[in-house]
Ligand binder design. Structure first.
Ligand code: HEM
Length: 542
């Protein structure tokens, strides 16, 4: 029995030519197969130029089985010793490129940023969660550029000083919370989220249980999970996105439906809350009101677009700011807990420059290079996004004689660059001296106060627009904590200090975090205790 896929009239016509056509078809398929095999074997593309070097892999699946599943950045750093600063491979048909030095990052992500700044498509994030509707982070083109301009206006260096009093206020709350015996992780998160929400929405939240914070935490976690390669099968097999949510095994659909709702809440509710307050002239000036004040009059398309951009920029900043900065703040506490001599050196600088028992101010950073170097070292030692965020190459490009095809997903190995022993001796150690070396002319080799260049914040056009704000928040947390406290291991029931923890970082999702550890905060002296008591009296609910 045979099946006919074509109408019988067509079959008659085809029968006459079947042998010739069949031969031609087989010939065509064979040539195609040989071409694919030749390209795989020779490592070149159709025009004869080689692809950048990389592990060879197998036909069809290419390097699918070579993909590291754990600490990829360390594996890529090791492979770069064999293949060089620009390494290329494929998983099935997807070309992937890993850039491992600041030189190639500068040449490609910076100098050729016009074609190295798109983002790859994710079925989970784009199609199922529709995150690209509000995460301009996932888009590229004119719409992204309008968002990006809005980020710049609100977070570039000249905008930051107006946020300083907010940073100072919430850092004081952090100090009081730690003084009261609060958990370090939670106190730091409350303080950083508090800064973000106050700057963005003009709202003062006091704890992580506030919906302003709790919904955003959920979205950040969902984002980190959806961005984790291999987490959802649907990203490798897009056809699965059509499977209805009630089908057994389609848990990913129900997961996406739930988080899509939370995303919409985070997007709309806080912004609309501020808008209502603004209409009643009750809103506190903040980033949201800066936008609202400039909305064009009338019910026009232009006004609608400005509203969408404002809402997106504010909610996205909220989501991008908290987990990242909080994670680095925890790394700072871990770094100084495990290095008591670094605490002592920082405290000596603080006492000399600011005075003992005084809470330092962000504006004093230039006079506190050792403290600034600790903030920078925390950003170096612990990479929140070790491979940054993927860029997509939007045009074919030839670089140093290598062919880089359109559609290549390009990663900058930020972790590798920040742990390069040629630049940072003993790179696995937490040591602010990495940022305190001077050259023969007395100039800093790597300026402890300069936010850039810093691969930690990404590259080229896509570089993190919140980096100046992030650095000020971190400096404030570092300087104030060290000025007030000795950060020590907890004591056992006999008053003996516990063994210092090993510095370990967990990587359950695309984001890295220090693994949980315990520490206590002891006021450094009677004088610092008096300062903390005064702060406590002025911030009773902290
Ligand atoms: C220590 C804290 C932070 C770290 C380590 C960090 C790191 C990064 C990295 C690696 C990227 C991707 C860059 C690329 O694609 O090359 C990024 C993007 C972004 N960050 Fe941050 N970030 C931090 C804090 C912040 C803060 C405080 C804000 C907001 C005020 C923010 C807003 C954003 C936004 C909106 C993007 C997307 C940019 C785009 O794709 O156009 N980040 N960040």
């Amino acid at each position: 029995m045979s099946f006919r896929l074509l109408p019988s009239s067509t079959m008659h016509v085809l029968e006459g030519v079947s042998s010739t056509a069949g031969l031609l078809a087989w010939g065509f398929i064979s040539i195609l197969t040989l071409r694919v095999l030749y390209r795989w074997w020779s490592g070149t593309n159709g025009s004869g130029l080689p692809y950048p070097p990389g592990p060879k892999g197998y036909p069809v699946i290419n390097n699918f089985f070579d993909m590291p599943m754990h600490k990829e950045w360390e594996v890529y750093r090791d492979l770069s010793k064999k293949y060089g600063d620009i390494m290329f491979f494929r998983v099935f048909n997807t070309p992937i490129m890993i850039l491992s030095s600041q030189k190639v990052v500068l040449d490609l992500f910076e100098k050729r940023s016009a074609i190295y700044s798109a983002r790859p498509h994710s079925v989970m994030m784009h199609d199922l969660l529709s995150m690209d509707n509000f995460f301009s982070l996932l888009t590229y083109g004119p719409w992204w550029r309008r968002h990006r301009r809005a980020f710049h206006q609100n977070f570039y260096p000249n905008a930051i000083p107006k946020y300083r009093y907010i940073i100072t206020k919430y850092t004081s709350r952090l100090l009081v919370s730690l003084y009261n015996g609060g958990d370090m992780d939670e106190s730091a998160r409350n303080a950083i989220a508090g800064i973000g929400i106050r700057i963005l929405y003009g709202v003062d939240v006091k704890s992580v249980t506030d919906p302003f914070i709790s919904d955003a935490i959920e979205v950040s976690e969902a984002f980190a999970e959806a961005a984790t390669p291999g987490r959802f099968m649907v990203d490798n097999l897009p056809i699965l996105k059509y499977v209805p949510s009630w089908v057994p095994g389609a848990g990913f659909q129900r997961w996406a439906q739930y988080y899509k709702q939370v995303c919409l809440r985070v997007l709309d509710e806080p912004f609309n809350f501020v808008q209502l307050k603004h209409e009643k002239a009750e809103a506190v000036p903040c980033v949201a009101t800066t936008f609202i004040d400039k909305f064009p009059e009338g019910d026009t398309q232009e006004r609608h677009e400005e509203y969408i951009i404002a809402r997106n920029v504010v909610s996205q900043s909220h989501l991008a700011a908290v987990d990242t900065t909080h994670s680095v703040a925890c790394a700072f506490y871990l770094g100084v807990l495990t290095n008591p001599s670094i605490q002592a050196s920082a405290q000596a600088e603080l006492d000399r420059v600011v005075g003992h028992g005084v809470v330092p101010d962000v504006s004093q950073a230039a006079d506190l290079p050792y403290v600034s170097a600790i903030a920078k070292e925390s950003l170096r030692w612990h990479q929140v996004l070790p491979l940054g965020f993927p860029h997509l190459v939007s045009e074919d490009h030839v670089y140093n004689g290598y062919f880089i095809p359109k559609g290549t997903i390009a990663f900058g190995n930020a972790w590798g660059m920040m742990h390069d022993p040629q630049v940072f001796d003993e790179p696995m150690s937490f040591n602010p001296e990495h940022y305190l070396r001077k050259d023969d002319t007395g100039a800093w080799e790597l300026d402890p106060n300069a936010v850039e260049p810093n691969p930690t914040f990404g590259f080229g056009r896509r570089i993190c627009p919140g980096r100046y704000l992030a650095f000020e928040m971190l400096f404030s947390v570092v300087a104030a904590s060290l000025a007030m406290f000795n950060i020590l291991p907890p004591e056992d029931e006999h008053g003996n200090p516990e063994k210092l923890p090993e510095a370990r970082f967990a990587t359950r999702s695309a984001m890295m975090r220090p693994e949980p550890f315990r520490c206590i905060f002891k006021p450094r002296s009677a004088q610092t205790e008096a300062t903390l008591e005064n702060l406590k009296a002025s911030l009773p609910f902290a």
